[in-house]
Design a protein around this ligand. Structure first.
Ligand code: ADP
Length: 395
């Protein structure tokens, strides 16, 4: 069974074709600048291919993807009939979706309803679903939500201390994101440790451009750091994460900013980019800090400290922790970040082996044998979770 996994953004689209008999990635790629001048596809199948090609909408982009997958030179299948189903990443499922589900008109309407909560993402996800319906007629489609894994959070974790009517009227509550990644790495953590996930208390740290932490107890999320939107929680590449809400009106007054402008600053000009003034890319910030840039060093310190505070908070939430897991771009590639964060956690009895930690992108428990808490690097694989969920939903 071959599953086409789609992750559609407003102007980009990532795809993978996965053979579920062995879970091998047969082909993958990326379409960029959809709807903008200079649209481009990068494809890796039998051969690599990269070219500019007009993609006014997601439909042309997906048509091109299908052409690449079935091309005799670059492709890996002879016809679209070999694709059993498509699995789509959808960012916001609100409170309605606690697990992945087959697409129906009612499901699409509910995703549209949640668009208010994820105005940049859900409409783009729907465009991908519509285009696949057109180009893969009759093939089942499944949606996998970033929010679903977090729906087990208890009320005490998801309620904001705001007038209750905002929750009732507008569904203002904490939802959490990166759920597929937190699910994948917590499951892998249990397998690597050779334990039943039901017996484990795990803190998973997804540290990419966006970043979030989750407390996973017995395989279920009990708390996570992102909220109504992905703005809450950790310091991120360009997002502020937690801050005093009063800062907004204070800065807006001083700088004569509109709400939209302020929102843009919190999402796009803050985080480690805002503090360092260097970049949102941790490679640039680490290099700048090493060459004596004090603001770059401060950005890293603020970032590591915030992650460590969340690990402490979630250890309290679960009354203990058996493992701390690091994943996504920074978590998988920066031994320095993992080491600095674990450096705050000695009080838990967590001790790391710097040699074991000095690796990138491989699964490893880098805690010392004597450590009371495991520390793991686990590369995430959201596409595989989407493909597996798609197969599950078809059963
Ligand atoms: P997303 O999927 O959220 O766009 P990724 O998970 O790809 O993000 O993570 C991107 C982040 O990972 C970037 O900030 C990048 O700097 C960081 N990163 C990637 N490789 C390294 C590395 N070798 N050292 C430090 N940071 C890295």
């Amino acid at each position: 069974m071959k599953i086409l996994v789609m992750n559609c953004g407003s102007s980009s689209l990532k795809y993978q074709l996965i053979d579920m008999t062995n879970e091998n990635v047969m082909a993958k790629g990326l379409c960029e600048r959809i709807g903008i001048e200079g649209s481009k596809i990068k494809h890796e199948g039998k051969e690599k291919y990269e070219a500019e090609s007009p993609m006014p909408t997601h439909t042309e982009a997906i048509r091109l993807v299908i052409d690449m997958l079935t091309s005799s030179e670059y492709g890996v299948i002879s016809s679209v009939d070999e694709i059993s189903a498509a699995g789509h990443r959808v960012v916001h499922g609100g409170e309605n979706f606690t697990s992945s589900t087959i697409v129906t008109p009612a499901v699409k309407a509910e995703i549209q309803e949640c668009a208010d909560l994820a105005p940049l993402h859900n409409p783009a996800n729907l465009l991908g679903i519509d285009a696949c319906e057109q180009l893969l007629p009759g093939k089942p489609q499944v949606v996998v939500f970033d929010t679903a894994f977090h729906q087990t959070m208890p009320e005490k974790a998801y309620l904001y201390a705001l007038p209750y009517e905002y929750y009732e009227k507008y569904k203002v509550r904490r939802y959490g994101f990166h759920g597929t990644s937190h699910k994948y790495v917590s499951d892998r953590c249990a397998s690597i440790l050779g334990k039943d996930i039901k017996d484990l208390k795990i803190v998973t740290c997804h540290m990419g451009n966006g970043a979030s932490v989750a407390a996973v107890q017995g395989g279920k999320v009990v708390d996570t750091s992102m909220g109504l939107t992905p703005l809450e929680g950790l310091v991120m590449g360009t997002r502020s994460g937690d801050m005093d809400p009063a800062i907004m009106q204070y800065v807006m007054g001083k700088e004569s900013l509109s709400i939209k402008e302020m929102e843009n600053i919190l999402n796009k000009n803050s985080g480690v980019l805002g503090i360092s003034g260097v970049s949102s890319d941790f490679r640039d910030i680490e290099a700048a800090a090493d060459s004596g840039n004090a603001r770059a060093a401060a950005a890293l310190d603020v970032y590591y400290y915030r992650v460590a505070k969340y690990v402490g908070a979630y250890t309290a939430a679960m009354n203990g922790v058996d493992a701390v897991v690091f994943t996504a771009g920074l978590g998988e590639n920066s031994a320095r970040a993992r080491s600095a964060i674990c450096g705050y956690l000695g009080y838990l009895g967590l001790e790391i082996d710097e040699d074991k930690n000095n690796v990138r992108g491989v699964e490893v428990n880098f805690a010392k044998d004597s450590s009371k808490v495991a520390a793991l690097l686990i590369p995430t694989n959201e596409e595989l979770v989407i493909a597996r969920d798609t197969v599950e939903c078809l059963k």
